[in-house]
Design a protein. Structure first.
Length: 155
């Protein structure tokens, strides 16, 4: 299966980047064709004062990581969605509300129905409500999924 993961990866620090990278490694080890579409600029430095990246990887970097997304380039968000159309599955690592506009634009560029699961309550409701335009899957625990969707899931 051709899988695209959209979210932070090395050189970004923290659990989100580590999770995205580890997921890519495990899916590839299971025989899937996996790429990570990551950020070259995740959000303005004013909103995250401090070091956003690390020099030394917190885990093994995934070799097929592309860094084409930038918060200040909305034209690139839709283009990314178009580039990801051949993927069988697109998984979004939704970590902060600041990612909603870029992710929704990427989803619009995909032009296919969505299968959604989990995330935070607000993210889950937003994902379920935007099912008509998306091609995304977001995975979390079943209890978080029930909380996020009010018991409704679209598969």
């Amino acid at each position: 299966m051709k899988i695209a993961l959209v979210g932070p990866a090395h050189p970004y620090k923290g659990g989100g980047a580590r999770h995205t990278t580890e997921l890519a490694h495990r899916l590839a080890a299971a025989g899937h064709d996996v790429i990570i579409e990551s950020w070259r600029a995740q959000y303005p430095s004013r909103l995250y004062p401090g070091q956003q990246t690390v020099d030394v990887p917190e885990g093994e970097p995934y070799p097929r990581t592309h860094r084409r997304l930038a918060w200040y380039r909305p034209d690139g968000w839709l283009a990314e969605g178009r580039r990801l159309r051949p993927a069988d599955l697109v998984v979004f690592a939704y970590l902060t509300p600041l990612q909603a506009p870029p992710y929704l634009a990427i989803m619009a560029g995909l032009r296919r129905p969505a299968r959604t699961a989990g995330g935070s309550a607000a993210a889950g409701r937003a994902a379920v409500s935007s099912c008509r335009i998306t091609g995304a899957a977001q995975r979390h625990s079943s209890s978080r999924l029930r909380l996020a969707t009010g018991g409704f899931t679209s598969t």
